[in-house]
Design a protein around this ligand. Sequence first.
Ligand SMILES: CC(C)(COP(=O)(O)OP(=O)(O)OC[C@H]1O[C@@H](n2cnc3c(N)ncnc32)[C@H](O)[C@@H]1OP(=O)(O)O)[C@@H](O)C(=O)NCCC(=O)NCCS
Length: 234
Amino acid sequence: MHLKVLPATAKDLDQVSTVYGPETGDLVAPALAICWHIEPQDLEAAKRRAQWSYKQQLAFLQPRVDPTVRLMKVIDTDAPAGKDIVALGRWHEYPHGYGAHGDAETTTKLWEGDMTGLEVKEFNTALYTNLLGELFDKRREPERFGTGSQWVLTTLATREPYRRKGAGGMILGWGLEQARKAGVPAFLEAAVGAKHLYESHGFKEIQKASIDCSDSGMPGVVVELAIMRADPGT
Ligand SMILES: CC(C)(COP(=O)(O)OP(=O)(O)OC[C@H]1O[C@@H](n2cnc3c(N)ncnc32)[C@H](O)[C@@H]1OP(=O)(O)O)[C@@H](O)C(=O)NCCC(=O)NCCS
């Protein structure tokens, strides 16, 4: 196994929809994974979820939709072509803060559009819209991410068999290096399980965010996130 971090293209995203299942894992990131639970052996459901995830990721790369996107992949150069992407992460470069770019509005429209054509019973779309809506609102609050130039990590996923081998850290390190060169901070929202990884790369928690899912079909479930900041140039 030899891992390498590189920019990802729309063509690379084919692997999001074609490589999934118990042996390979998938590249579906947390918000979708939380809202669309699948049983590990249910290949049909895994396929539907992977295809939806593909459509969502692809939407970000359409020309002019979101010029801030820097989609990065980690490949295993020893794996066969077409099955070599082991991790995917989406960084955004926001020269004037998150709120100035309209990313949230654009993204929400894309997701809503996609949902209309792909309604599936396993996918709790109310919860998804609620979770992301709250996240977008929080990002826009000036005391969270600020209004200055910044890099923001919005998605990170490593295929299960490849976890704990440094792939996620490579994507993290790539974005931090861009922020360091630009002399600007980096931000992200960490799920509980990933917080330690981010801390070991220099991120510090600046606020907690709790999103109550009771009104979205998951009574009593609260998603806890840590809003984190790194200042790699200092
Ligand atoms: C979170 C996630 C992206 C991390 O990806 P990853 O490729 O496993 O990340 P890394 O391998 O760089 O680091 C993970 C851990 O493995 C450790 N590690 C890295 N290389 C290692 C190696 N060669 N041997 C042993 N441990 C290693 C890291 O120190 C880190 O430990 P920590 O979590 O205790 O800090 C992955 O677990 C994942 O996809 N989870 C589901 C989706 C998710 O939660 N995404 C993040 C949402 S905020």
